[in-house]
Structures are given as C-alpha cells and as structure tokens.
Design a protein around this ligand. Structure first.
Ligand code: CO
Length: 211
C-alpha cells in the first residue's frame, strides 16, 4: 500500500513499457488531441479514480474531482472545466459520481468542526437542510448516511442543470445528458441513481431560464 515517491516514477516507466507492448501507437495517437465523450465530476477520494473503476482508457473521460463531488456555482475552477467540456469538447454525458462512505458527506452530517474545511462542508450541510425531513426520519445512522450521499449527488446533478449556458445547450439539442451515479467502496460496483437530466423541466421555476 504505502508507496514511496520513487515508486510512482518507477511505476510510470513500467506503465509506459506495458502500454507500448499492447498498443505501440498509444502515445502517438493521444498526443494528437483528445475527444472524450464524458465529463466526470467525482470525489477527490483516492479510492474512486474515474478511469480505473470504469475500465476506460486515457483520452475517454475529462475529469474534475473535489471533496464530495460538489457543483458550487462560485467555483470557477469546476465551472471552467464544465464549460470547456460542454462548449469545446462537446461531451455527450456529464456524470456526477459520488460514493458511499464519503468522508466529506460524513463530516457535513456531524456537528464537529473541521477548521478551513467547514466552509466547503457548508454546501453539503445545505443539502442536508433541503432534505432534512427525509433524512431525520431515518433512524439507522448508516442508512441515513447512504441516503445523504445519494441526495447530495442528486442535488449536484440539479446544480449543473441550473447553469444558464448548460440550458443554452439543451435549447440547441439533446446533449449533454447529466447522470447521477454512486460507487460502492465495498464491492467496487457503480449504481445509476436514475436521475438523468437533459432539460430544465424538473427544476423549480426560478431556475428555468427563458430560451
Ligand atoms: Co468522498
């Protein structure tokens, strides 16, 4: 487990050699440009790497990760990634992939202080408040934690749908489709939460921009 820093560099050389053995033109092709079909918004958790868990290759998924896979409308880093993915790369699908056992969600559920992180976690607490009745009614804590993870993903999918220039894309065509997925650390499987969006129809009226 505990890699030393040089293990990473040696691992890189081993990966290059192995890749070239199976696909001699791998780097030549990828160095000419990228055309990913997917944007992945995931948790920064080291156990949930986008390409590995989907058995996808470099070049197939544009990625943005942060603590608890949040879409916050003042986060110019995330929104720049989304803008480039949607406007320039023209990705067909945006996946918000959270995971059960998310430390960020668990921290937000607690009343403990985490210093600087509290400001980030506040956005997750806001999700709790939005779904307080449902969440407080779940007495079993692990079950409530799992449900909070799912509701947080659902809210982040909704947050993407609230972005005016994503709604512009839907006025022009069907893409991007926005999906909510949850990954299980226990068995490695991804569950589709079935909340795919490609219109602003499901949003509260105040978030639906005019065409
Ligand atoms: Co997490």
């Amino acid at each position: 487990m505990a890699e030393q820093i040089n293990d990473l560099l040696n691992g890189n050389v081993a990966w290059v050699n192995n890749t070239l053995k199976h696909s001699p033109d791998f780097f030549e092709v990828l160095s000419n440009g990228q055309k990913p079909q997917f944007l992945w918004i995931g948790c920064a958790d080291s156990r949930v790497p986008a390409t590995e868990i989907t058995n996808a290759l470099p070049g197939s998924i544009f990625v943005q990760r942060n603590i608890a896979n949040m879409v916050i409308h003042t986060d110019s880093n995330l929104l720049s990634v989304v803008n480039y993915a949607v406007k320039v790369l023209k990705v067909k699908h945006i996946i918000v992939c959270g995971h059960y056992g998310c430390g960020g969600v668990q921290a937000a559920m607690s009343n403990d202080k985490f210093g600087f992180l509290d400001n980030w976690l506040m956005h997750i607490k806001d999700v709790y408040r939005t779904h307080e009745d449902e969440l407080d009614s779940i007495t079993d804590e692990p079950t409530r934690f799992d449900r909070f993870v799912e509701l947080n993903i659902q809210e982040q999918v909704g947050n993407l749908a609230k972005v005016s220039w994503i709604q512009d894309e839907w006025d022009k065509g069907e893409f991007p489709h926005i999906h909510g997925w949850v990954y299980s650390l226990k068995d490695g499987l991804i569950k589709d939460l079935g909340i795919s969006l490609n219109s602003n129809d499901g949003l509260e009226k105040v978030y639906r921009y005019k065409k």
